[in-house]
Design a protein around this ligand. Structure first.
Ligand code: G6P
Length: 370
């Protein structure tokens, strides 16, 4: 096992550090920047299904569901196809309206999650075209779907999903750009600039790992005894906030809530005092001014702000108690880059609390019972 961990103390840390490679592997052979092409046989062979779809329904559980929410932002923005995202367990039991004009995408690292599998079977029976985004090759979900794209993240051992999540985001980004290019909603110049930027994301993740690793460890030390955390973000980074909170809950057993930053006023703000740590994702692109006022509201109530900002940020950084800098990207890529320091933060808080990060209590890597 020590050999498999490759010198890292835990699989989770190894998997966090593998992300430059896993994101790159997921794009390899698919993203051809010089030719200006995204090659995805699973999409291309069934392009008419996607083109004529009334809507796309994404179903998943856990971290994969968070990836699905970001998929909704991506596909609606770039391909202008309506998207709904559902928990598999709710979808399957609520008699959903599904027709043969629907495309259902299931996202699952393991490809074995019982609720996701059952939801897919239901969609298939009702005539929908079903598509899988799985990490485990030849898994049950990969086999039952009409078509799909594998994430090539490699085996994920840590129960808390990290590299599978960023690989799922990579696939969803490729799908959104490919569909948008094909149906004319994404013009050539923008497409070319987006794919060049996507191609550079693995290097940005590398940069984040190198520049934030030690800093985040030090921040983690100050929050070992925290009992609650809030995670806030807007737009694409609202689901990233949900995922950041889930990571912390899963492995450190600290209660954490993710919220869209503006919704803070409708509840969580009542909890803010000097004992409440608040992680806020505040990159330059994506509602920055709005986030600035959210941070002002938090500081007025003495909350402890840990801000994830772009390099060179001034406004949020001036108010924050802790600042984690990430490189600037277009908004659609920021969840991939911003998730990395949040994974590290959850990891180190859990390690300092003496928790079993690779196998947290009560959780399973693959939930094959409903
Ligand atoms: C479990 C795992 C999570 C995972 C979820 C969905 O809860 O602990 O890490 O996100 O199942 O799993 P899947 O394999 O379908 O992505």
């Amino acid at each position: 096992e020590q050999i498999e961990k490759g010198g890292y103390e835990h699989f989770m840390l190894k998997e966090i550090f593998e992300q430059p490679k896993s994101v790159h592997d997921t794009m390899r052979g698919r993203l051809l920047v010089d030719e200006g092409v995204i090659k995805m046989a699973g999409i291309w062979d069934y392009i008419e299904k996607f083109k004529n779809a009334n809507r796309i329904i994404i179903i998943a559980c856990g971290t994969s569901w968070h990836a699905g929410l970001i998929g909704e932002y991506l596909i609606e923005e770039y391909a202008r196809i309506p998207v709904e995202v559902e928990y598999a367990s709710e979808f399957r039991y609520r008699n959903p309206i599904i027709t043969d004009k629907d495309v259902v995408i299931a996202i699952s690292q393991s490809g074995e999650t019982a609720d996701t599998m059952a939801a897919l079977k239901l969609a298939k029976e009702k005539g929908a075209f079903i598509y899988g985004i799985c990490n485990v090759v030849d898994s049950s979900i990969a086999r039952i779907t009409d078509a799909g794209s594998y994430t090539h993240a490699g085996p994920e051992i840590g129960v808390a999903s990290t590299k599978a999540f960023t690989a799922q985001l990579t696939i969803l980004t490729l799908i959104a750009f490919k569909l948008g290019k094909h149906n004319g909603n994404l013009g050539n110049a923008e497409f070319m600039s987006l794919i060049a930027e996507l191609d550079a994301i693995p290097r940005k993740i590398e940069d984040v790992l190198a520049t934030t690793h030690e800093l985040v460890q030090n921040i983690a030390k100050d929050f070992v005894s925290a009992t609650n955390f809030l995670y806030l973000g807007r737009g694409y980074n609202y689901p990233a906030a949900l995922e950041g909170a889930l990571k912390l809950k899963e492995i450190s057993y600290i209660h954490a809530e993710g919220y869209p930053a503006a919704e803070m006023k409708h509840g969580p703000i009542a909890l803010i005092d000097e004992n409440m740590p608040i992680v806020i994702i505040a990159p330059k692109k994506g509602h920055y001014d709005k986030i600035v006022s959210n941070v002002q509201e938090i500081k007025a109530r003495k909350g402890k702000v840990i801000a994830v900002v772009n390099k060179g940020d001034t406004q949020v950084s001036a108010m924050a108690d802790y600042v984690i800098e990430i490189p600037e990207t277009s908004e659609c890529f920021s969840p991939i880059v911003a998730s990395v320091p949040l994974q590290l933060l959850a990891y180190y808080i859990a390690v300092y609390r003496g928790a079993n990060v690779d196998q947290p209590r009560n959780l399973a890597k693959s939930v094959t019972v409903e």
